[in-house]
Ligand binder design. Structure first.
Ligand code: SF4
Ligand code: F3S
Length: 117
């Protein structure tokens, strides 16, 4: 069991989630974050912190969708840097305009973010 970040994070990247995770298992890409499913202890405290509703328990998905979001979170948490402190100045200025927009996966960037520096 784990929580997963989905494409609702893309172009929002508020980073409130990283401040509450007791095991520091968020990893940063250029325009979204992911959770490392192995490290996540399934506590659920990050879910209500996200203003974009981008964090869901894995039980939210089934079949191909579950496989897809599990793979995204697993693969990119392996190669992106760890982030444990939010940097409000790096949240996109128009983040709120992207809340709830459908189909944001097309804007996904594989590039890493800065992570904790
Ligand atoms: Fe971290 Fe808990 Fe969220 Fe998992 S569910 S990412 S352990 S805050
Ligand atoms: Fe993304 Fe929400 Fe965290 S927008 S960075 S999952 S607070």
């Amino acid at each position: 069991m784990t929580y997963l970040v989905n494409d609702q994070c893309i172009k929002c990247k508020h980073m409130d989630c990283v401040e509450v995770c007791p095991v520091d298992c968020f990893y940063e890409g250029e325009n979204m974050l992911v959770i490392n499913p192995i490290e996540c202890i399934d506590c659920g405290v990050c879910e209500p912190e996200c203003p974009a509703d981008a964090i869901v328990p894995d039980t939210h998905y089934k079949g191909d969708e579950l496989e897809f979001w599990m793979k995204v979170n697993t693969d990119y948490s392996d190669i992106w840097p760890n982030i444990t402190e939010m940097r409000p100045s790096d949240t996109p200025k128009d983040a709120e305009e992207w809340h709830g927009v459908e189909g944001k996966w097309e804007y996904f960037s594989e590039k890493p973010g800065k992570g904790d520096s």
